[in-house]
Design a protein around this ligand. Structure first.
Ligand code: SAM
Length: 266
């Protein structure tokens, strides 16, 4: 695309490696999806091969300067719908009735909000594949105990099986980003029930507030004002009082949430 300058603020690192493009398209497997939704088609590097089998594709691009180019590029592809929008402002009803597979070589600054979107609208999602910064991929796919285990791992893995698929080097993009990237895949776990979802959310975020501190020191006095009762709840949930958040599994966080709610502490 001559004369076009990639915009840093929109995280524009366009894929140029045909091998990586092929790997991602194979992961998505468009021939077997009812619909594919792409976040940020950019210059169409993924959009064109994804459209090949004729599956309906909706591509959501925020950058007005790319819309004209994409419209021409996709002119012979009636199965592709191009939307000029901020993906974060969309809701799934824009993408029709059926389940869809969501993918994107994500602008790094919207990774967390995109994952929040995915969790919120999980019932509509058949699966997802994202290119993200390698260290973020490590956090999303981490297991406890460990330094990468975080609210991002917990909230994503509660509703999705996550897989770290492969690492992508900076020279696979134009312009090259400063750090390595990785592709992750998410498949929904259906029917997961979190009994006290709002309190669970609050507890987990607060527990990781200062990751090196003991859990009790992150939870007292807010949201739990009584340290003795917190210790009792920890014991009842089978957790030692000197535990740190990065050692606690999602199930243990849920059990602790239940105890704290039952004791009227959360
Ligand atoms: N898919 C292309 C590729 O792999 O070469 C482009 C990927 S580039 C990393 C990210 C793309 O997302 C850019 O085209 C950028 O303009 C677009 N983008 C950034 N923020 C967006 C948003 N909030 N909603 C939709 N698209 C966005």
């Amino acid at each position: 695309m001559p004369g076009y300058h990639a915009k840093k603020r929109l995280g524009q690192n366009f894929l140029k490696s045909q091998a990586v493009i092929r790997q991602i398209v194979d992961l998505v497997d468009p021939a077997h999806q009812a619909r594919v939704v792409e976040i940020g088609p950019g210059r169409g590097a993924l959009t064109l091969p994804l459209a090949e089998p004729g599956t309906p594709i909706t591509a959501v691009e925020f950058d007005r300067d790319l819309i004209g180019y994409l419209t021409k590029l996709l002119a012979g592809r009636p199965n592709v719908t191009l939307l000029h929008r901020d993906f974060l402002e969309t809701t799934p009803d824009l993408f029709g009735e059926e389940e869809f597979f969501l993918l994107g070589n994500l602008p790094y600054n919207i990774t967390s909000p995109v994952l929040d979107w995915v969790v919120r609208y999980r019932e509509r999602i058949a699966g997802a594949a994202f290119m993200v910064q390698k260290e973020v991929a490590a956090r999303i796919t981490a297991t406890p105990p460990g330094k990468d285990w975080s609210p991002l791992s917990i909230f994503t893995q509660l509703h999705f099986e996550v897989e770290y698929c492969f690492t992508v080097k900076p020279d696979s993009f134009s312009p090259p980003p400063k750090v390595s990237s990785a592709v992750i895949k998410l498949l929904p776990r259906r029917g997961v029930v979190v009994r006290h979802a709002e309190q669970f959310d609050r507890l987990v975020r607060q527990a990781f507030e200062r990751r090196r501190k003991l859990l009790v020191n992150n939870l007292v006095p807010d949201p739990v004002d009584d340290p003795n009762k917190l210790r009792e709840a920890l014991e009842a949930a089978g957790l030692p009082v000197n535990i740190r958040a990065e050692q606690i599994t999602s199930e243990q966080f849920m059990s602790l949430t239940d105890r704290l709610v039952e004791a009227g502490l959360l």
